[in-house]
Design a binder for this molecule. Sequence first.
Ligand SMILES: NC(=O)c1ccc[n+]([C@@H]2O[C@H](COP(=O)([O-])OP(=O)(O)OC[C@H]3O[C@@H](n4cnc5c(N)ncnc54)[C@H](OP(=O)(O)O)[C@@H]3O)[C@@H](O)[C@H]2O)c1
Length: 140
Amino acid sequence: MPVPAPSPDARAVVTGASQGIGEALATELAARGHNLIITARRGEVLTDLAARLTERYGVTVEVRAVDLADPAARAQLCQELAERNISILCNNAGTATFGPIAGLDPAGERFAWVRAYFEAKARQRAAAGFPADAGGLLAK
Ligand SMILES: NC(=O)c1ccc[n+]([C@@H]2O[C@H](COP(=O)([O-])OP(=O)(O)OC[C@H]3O[C@@H](n4cnc5c(N)ncnc54)[C@H](OP(=O)(O)O)[C@@H]3O)[C@@H](O)[C@H]2O)c1
């Protein structure tokens, strides 16, 4: 699926942008000229990244320091995104786990639910016309 072209009003959202794959996705999208909304818990790390991306690529980068495991904070972010022009959603926040389920740390597994929740929300939006009608892209 082609990546939508950048436009001044649209935002590409990357959850879990403070490190790893999310940071790389945010950097690549910025290099392609996309204005961004980046999220993670560590707001100071996001703020540093936003400054670097703006300086290097001239894009607008909005920071949302949100713990997606917190239902209230999550709902607030989802509400904002529902009201914004979102062209791309990189549903990246979370952690990878390996091994038998019985041996996994329950606290760590909450993060899997973070991704699942965002995916469910994104699918709701897809059913309502996003991203297909708007030419948007959902990356999981
Ligand atoms: N690396 C792999 O081999 C691999 C393989 C398969 C799937 N994946 C998936 O790809 C995604 C990224 O992987 P990665 O290796 O880049 O992970 P990572 O380096 O651990 O980064 C995870 C990102 O998610 C954010 N995050 C974690 N918990 C959060 C929470 N409760 N609320 C908000 N943000 C949260 C972290 O930021 P803060 O700590 O600042 O909140 C961080 O930016 C994960 O969903 C993972 O499951 C990775």
